[in-house]
Design a protein. Structure first.
Length: 496
């Protein structure tokens, strides 16, 4: 097997169908196949072979997928870095096993001055793809399911990176789960900001419009560009993080715009509050809205069709249950263990059962689409454990199951305050929020533009405890989705 097999099938069955659209350039499945075949040959001529580890420094674009599929077809291994690692980790990592870089102009220039990247002799500018146009057959290396598909460098808490390895079998399983749960239609045209879901689109044979976003900070994207794409490409479905959807929402509300042709919206990658959902319904009145909960190590874990939220669910949100993630999908098991457990190690089924709780605790998962460990085992002790030999992943998220077996989220183990934030967003028209604990005091952080009286805020969350309300000009968020609060940065602002 190989993750490129589906591309070859679509090249044979739907060669003239548009696969990718970027900046008004349309690429059919036949054209994508040819680009991949040409770039594969170019990489092989440069010395790339099966097992070669290639550092990919290409943002969300058609060239990213050409690069990824070409590397896979060789049996080489693409390596990526998460946003936190790019910010903090390049200068601290030796990249000892990396054989080459494939990157944009900007990254190639940067690699020539970075002390850890400049020693790499083979650096390939991804723009070469535009100059390759032979008529070639794409030969695809046959790999087993356990063969490495993607290595992702993540920023570890100790300063040393964890490296997440996703095999071809893992990614194939992930794609099959998404295919079952994402309600594809052959006529769909999707606006997307999420690479793993775009790969799924390529596999199932639907058209993806690559969102014209600012991928170094999605929250700073141009609403006008995104809205132009929605209108000009007859977009009927959107797959995007809340950060970029908020860009569209804010502009559309200001200019009284609605997009009636959009029928499906899938979102995730951060906290999904009820006011955000209501805004989506306002701007996309005919859209079926689905939220997805998961992580790099386990994607997806749960899914919620917003239309299926009951009045009781909404009341429970207002009364402090947290964020409703929905029903479990994909993972084989999702359990709740008591909070505050240190390293678990290898335990028996009986010991595991004693750790489980009926109320709020840490969410742990296992299954084919759950990462079993990190490269070299670094990070395994903190994040993995075994039950009679079966590997489980600790998500670091707190949650619980309600009487209907729906999963609710309470936030991170270190910031367990989604119950307060979700209630606030359900009751008052509040902007970005963040809550953390410092020296035993619970601090609510709001942006200065928020004009809601503090009395109204405290009345809305009388079930919870807030000791102080602080204000900042802008609450910092992650660069990947522009959704998750960057608590380290926020604490520097508040506690300085």
């Amino acid at each position: 097997m190989n993750l490129v097999d589906k591309l070859k099938e679509n090249y044979i069955n739907i060669p003239q169908k548009v696969c990718l659209i970027q900046n008004n350039q349309k690429i059919t499945f036949k054209e994508l196949y040819n680009k991949v075949a040409n770039f594969k040959k170019y990489l092989e001529n440069k010395g790339i072979k099966k097992g070669s580890k290639i550092l990919v420094l290409v943002p969300m674009s058609s060239k990213l997928y050409v690069t990824l599929l070409a590397i896979w077809s060789i049996g080489a291994i693409p390596c990526f870095m998460d946003a936190g690692f790019i910010k903090n980790g390049i200068k601290n990592n030796e990249f000892e096993e990396i054989e080459a870089i494939v990157g944009t102009n900007e990254y190639i220039i940067y690699s020539n001055i970075n002390k850890n990247l400049k020693k790499l002799n083979l650096k390939i500018n991804v723009n070469i793809i535009d100059n390759l146009n032979e008529k070639l057959d794409l030969k695809i290396e046959d790999l087993n399911e356990d063969y490495s598909g993607i290595l992702t460098y993540t920023s570890g808490t100790t300063g040393k990176p964890k490296v997440a390895e996703r095999t071809h079998g893992f990614l194939k399983c992930q794609g099959e789960i998404l295919e079952k749960n994402i309600d594809y239609d052959e006529n769909d045209i999707e606006l997307s900001t999420m690479p793993i879901f775009t790969l799924s689109n390529i596999n199932v044979g639907i058209t993806t419009v690559i969102a014209d976003g600012n991928y170094s900070n999605l929250g700073e994207s141009s609403a006008k560009k995104l809205i132009k794409q929605i209108k000009n490409n007859n977009i009927n479905r959107i797959m995007a993080a809340p950060g970029i959807l908020n860009v569209i929402i804010n502009y559309a509300k200001k200019h009284n715009l609605q997009f009636e042709n959009v029928r499906k919206i899938f979102t995730g990658g951060g906290a999904i509050f009820l006011d955000f959902i209501e805004n989506l319904k306002l701007i996309f009145p005919n859209a079926k809205i689905v939220t997805m909960y998961g992580s790099t190590e386990a994607e997806p874990i749960a899914k919620l069709n917003i239309d299926e939220m009951t009045k009781e669910d909404i009341d429970n949100t207002k009364n402090g249950n947290g964020i409703l993630a929905g029903y479990i999908i994909g993972v084989e098991e999702c359990k709740i263990i008591k909070n505050g457990v240190n390293e678990i190690g290898d335990i028996s089924k009986e010991e595991f059962e004693k750790m489980q709780v009926d109320g709020v605790g840490e969410i742990v998962v296992t299954g084919k689409n759950v990462l079993k460990g990190y490269v070299g085992g670094f990070g395994d002790k903190e994040n993995k454990f075994s039950v009679d030999g079966k590997k489980y992943h600790r998500t670091g998220d707190l949650g619980f199951f309600d009487k209907d077996n729906k999963l609710w989220l309470r936030g991170r183990v270190k910031e367990p305050f989604f119950n307060i934030e979700a209630a606030l967003h359900a009751k008052v028209k509040i902007g970005k929020t963040a809550i953390f604990e410092n020296n035993g005091k619970i601090i609510l952080v709001l942006e200065r533009s928020n004009k809601i009286p503090e009395k109204d805020i405290k009345d809305a969350i009388s079930f919870g405890k807030i000791d102080e309300i602080k204000y900042v000009k802008k609450i910092p968020v992650d660069k990947r989705h522009s959704t998750k609060v960057d608590y380290n940065e926020l604490k520097k602002m508040i506690l300085k």
